[in-house]
Write a protein that binds this ligand. Structure first.
Ligand code: HEC
Length: 273
């Protein structure tokens, strides 16, 4: 049903209705954004609730919950964990972001295979699908850092290496369009239609503004989206092949962005266009 509004997109419209009902026209990106800021009306919270149920449920071949997963602050400690991701994990000898760490725990604690888990990563908004389990779980873990400052550790050499690789990747032109991330996100004040692109290379304030609101509910998708999805989407704009979920390339870019956004106070789930 392309073209028709899905229930979730309709929910987004209803969300905007109070502003529209006042006879206001939402003319600028700022007005549009302001109309979306009612946190309690954020439909993303429903996805977070589902994530919590899934997190605590015994699932997978090992019939275990994810409650013993270590996101960097010890097994079972969720508070503040996302604010300090990506980070180096000794047990995998890798730097992992939120989503790749989640995958690690689902494999190790619950006995799923990576192949099974990667079959359906993101809900397809055109097919009117609900958020996937992975999206809901990641959102639930992330939200436990709401109100905290983004502060990814940079002590371990591999953390510093990941961030450095991310910076290089950010500026590297690749693919048939010969775009780099900085082609679109490397100058001040750039926009595509109403969307401000943000200068993540030069301006810490832009990176902070962006990083503080992910995961975010995207009204135009009627779905909660995470950073893995955002970068997958940008790489699609660069006409790159589908990047592997949690691949070192994406984790490196997220390490760079999180470091650039350091100090931002998380306001999640966010809500945007
Ligand atoms: C062809 C232009 C283009 C390229 C190249 C591109 N992006 Fe984007 N990016 C966009 C657009 C358009 C948006 C959506 C902005 C919006 O809707 O507010 C976006 C959004 C984002 C966001 C979220 C912004 C926010 O405030 O929520 C991040 C983070 C991001 N891009 C990172 C990257 C990275 C990292 C790369 C390189 C892998 C990249 N982008 C490459 C166009 C691009």
């Amino acid at each position: 049903m392309r073209g028709a509004l899905s229930c979730r997109q309709l929910a987004g419209v209803v969300l905007l209705a109070p502003a529209l009902a006042l006879g206001q026209e939402l003319k600028t990106a700022d007005e549009y954004r302001a109309a979306l800021q009612d946190k309690f009306a954020n439909p993303g919270n429903l996805v977070v609730e589902r994530g919590e149920r899934l997190f605590k449920e015994k699932r997978g071949p090992k019939n275990a919950s994810l409650e013993q997963c270590d996101f960097g602050k010890g097994p079972g400690v969720l508070k503040g964990a996302f604010a300090e991701l990506p980070r180096y994990f000794k047990d995998t000898d890798r730097v992992e972001d939120l989503e790749s760490r989640l995958l690690t725990c689902m494999v190790r604690l619950q006995g799923f295979t990576p192949e099974e888990l990667k079959k359906k990563l993101f809900a397809d908004q055109r097919a009117n699908e609900p958020n996937t389990d992975l999206e809901a779980l990641a959102a639930y873990v992330a939200v436990q850092s709401d109100g905290m400052k983004l502060n990814p550790p940079m002590k371990h050499p591999k953390e510093r290496e990941m961030r450095a690789v991310g910076e290089v990747l950010f500026h590297t032109r690749i693919g048939p369009m010969d775009f780099s991330c900085s082609t679109c996100h490397g100058q001040d004040g750039k926009r595509i239609r109403l969307q401000e692109l943000g200068n993540y290379a030069g301006n810490r304030a832009d990176a902070q503004k962006t990083m503080r609101t992910w995961p975010t509910y995207r009204v135009s998708h009627g779905l909660l989206r995470n950073m893995q999805h955002r970068l997958w989407d940008c790489m699609w704009q660069m006409r790159l092949p589908d990047v592997d979920y949690g691949s070192p390339m994406v984790v490196a870019l997220i390490s760079y962005l999180a470091d650039r956004g350091r100090g931002a106070v998380l306001d999640i789930p966010g809500i945007k266009r």
